[in-house]
Design a binder for this molecule. Structure first.
Ligand SMILES: C[S@@+](CC[C@H](N)C(=O)[O-])C[C@H]1O[C@@H](n2cnc3c(N)ncnc32)[C@H](O)[C@@H]1O
Length: 268
């Protein structure tokens, strides 16, 4: 239930739109997101949001960057929540722009719940997630009738303080045809070992896509057994999406919108 506004004369707060910015290619922005950006009074945005989208907002729009700056920690979530409520008290249309989709590893659910608890109207605008778009821009379908009828979106970066069990990689090796891993670069060796211990063949094809959908996209392809080492050799860095499963071998290079710069063959 929403909390009441403070005082009988309080101005009704504006609406906060939790908007997905898409994976990086500005052309993958939704029409609704474009419309809201072009007409917002305040904008709160993260690091992975492309400059072209920031250029869409009106010159009068109040902007707040809440992402991670070089050498600094990211803005804590409670601070972002407070900023959103404060902006909604002063503006009619506040856009909270997030990379990819706001409800997929984007903490959009937490922000939505907080806003509602403070009596602020909130609306989510889904975006194209990196976990589908980055593989697509490398020509990799995340499901395929012959190679994968299930796919799991999973984080490779787990916070210790979550107070619940971590990802069951061995269980996923047995239960999901394909895995799309976000934020997995730093745990790649452990993930690989767990998946193989869980029964995934060492020859399973794997792909890592850095900077998917944008200029400078890079791709590493390898069998799972030596995947972590190949990714390290290529010095891939964040942001990157990892795809593991037979779907990787169904890659149709010709359909990829941008050419891959780094490529290593899959031993089939
Ligand atoms: C905090 S999560 C946000 C995911 C986002 N909400 C989405 O739906 O795409 C950030 C992670 O998404 C992945 N990511 C985001 N943009 C990417 C891109 N352009 N290319 C590859 N991976 C990307 C990376 O794994 C990155 O570490």
């Amino acid at each position: 239930m929403s909390a009441p506004m403070e005082g009988p004369d309080a101005t009704p707060p504006g609406t906060v739109y939790l908007v997905g910015a898409g994976p990086g290619d500005p052309e993958l922005l939704t029409v609704r997101a474009h419309r809201l950006l072009s007409d917002c009074d305040a904008l709160v945005y993260d690091s992975l949001v492309p400059q072209e989208l920031l250029d869409l907002v009106p010159p009068t729009c109040e902007r707040r960057f809440v992402g991670k700056r070089r050498g600094h920690h990211s803005v804590p979530q409670p601070t972002i929540n407070t900023v959103l409520v404060e902006l909604a008290r002063r503006h009619r249309r506040v856009v909270r722009l997030k990379g990819g989709d706001p409800f997929l590893f984007g903490r959009g659910g937490e922000e939505a719940a907080h806003l509602v608890s403070r009596g602020v109207a909130v609306e989510v605008v889904p975006g194209v997630t990196a976990g589908i778009a980055a593989p697509a821009y490398a020509g990799i379908p995340v499901t395929h009738r012959r190679a994968g009828s299930s796919v799991t979106f999973v984080t490779g970066h787990e916070e210790i303080d979550k107070g619940r069990p971590g990802v069951d990689w061995q269980g996923l090796a047995r239960s999901s045809d394909g895995l799309v891993i976000y934020m997995g670069l730093h745990n790649l060796r452990r993930i690989r070992d767990e998946l193989i211990d869980g029964g995934l063949p060492p020859s399973t094809p794997a792909a890592a896509i850095q900077q998917g959908t944008v200029q400078g996209q890079r791709l590493v392809l390898s069998a799972l057994a030596e995947f972590a080492e190949k990714v390290e050799e290529a010095a891939l860095s964040s942001p990157a999406i990892i795809v593991i499963g037979a779907v990787v071998a169904q890659r149709v290079e010709a359909c990829a919108p941008s050419p891959a710069a780094v490529e290593m063959p899959i031993p089939l």
